[in-house]
Ligand binder design. Structure first.
Ligand SMILES: CC(C)(COP(=O)(O)OP(=O)(O)OC[C@H]1O[C@@H](n2cnc3c(N)ncnc32)[C@H](O)[C@@H]1OP(=O)(O)O)[C@@H](O)C(=O)NCCC(=O)NCCS
Length: 171
């Protein structure tokens, strides 16, 4: 971890999402994802109190409000096995490029994998090179293209999947 990131994390450590983060998160999300953002009601009802899965959300509050947010969820598939999904990750513009995205993303993936999920899935814009790079570094591969996934602009996304390495027998 570089010294800038180390300083930032020790000053503004990530915490689990709280009710008091919701209003700020909705504003932050709108700024970054525009039409594809989650509004306050969605963050509260479908994310904070998710009836369908266990949420792993880390929020990082910097000096001017939310600096970073990563949202992972554990879901149950039709065959009742559990899988993880990274629903959203965003770093405020002024804090990008110092490793914060990688730090938050890696922690989220590690938390999901600790729950013994059979795979982790995420969707990312086909032009989002930094996100695809980060995901590939972690072992994700592109599994398919999702046509018209987003609401505006170039709307296609890649679905990316990480399948955990099998543990040697007896370990
Ligand atoms: C994608 C995002 C989360 C990355 O966060 P970040 O804090 O800037 O990322 P990091 O500083 O950890 O850098 C990630 C890596 O991407 C690399 N990278 C940056 N721009 C890149 C580009 N255009 N192409 C390829 N790799 C790139 C960096 O070099 C770094 O790799 P390194 O550690 O080997 O040097 C951030 O840009 C963001 O919030 N974007 C807007 C929201 C978004 O797109 N979220 C993803 C939705 S699926």
């Amino acid at each position: 971890m570089n010294s800038k990131l180390k300083r930032f994390i020790s000053q503004y450590p990530p915490h689990a999402i709280e009710e008091s983060d919701i209003a700020d998160l909705a504003v932050f999300d709108k700024l970054i994802f525009a039409e594809d953002s989650f509004d306050e009601q969605f963050w509260r009802n479908d994310i904070l109190n998710n009836p369908k899965g266990t949420e792993i959300i880390r929020v990082n509050k910097g000096p001017e409000g939310i600096a970073a947010c990563v949202q992972g969820v554990i879901k149950t598939s039709k065959d009742t096995s559990q899988y993880g999904e990274v629903g959203s990750i965003a770093i405020a513009k002024e804090y990008r490029g110092m490793g914060l995205g990688t730090y938050m993303f890696d922690r989220c993936i590690e938390r999901l994998l600790r729950q013994h999920v059979s795979y982790v899935v995420m969707q990312t814009h086909i032009k989002n090179s930094p996100m695809q790079y980060m995901a590939k570094q972690k072992g994700f591969v592109i599994s398919r293209t999702l046509t018209n996934y987003y609401k505006s602009g170039i709307r296609d996304a890649y679905e990316m999947v990480l399948i955990p390495a099998a543990k040697p027998v007896g370990s």
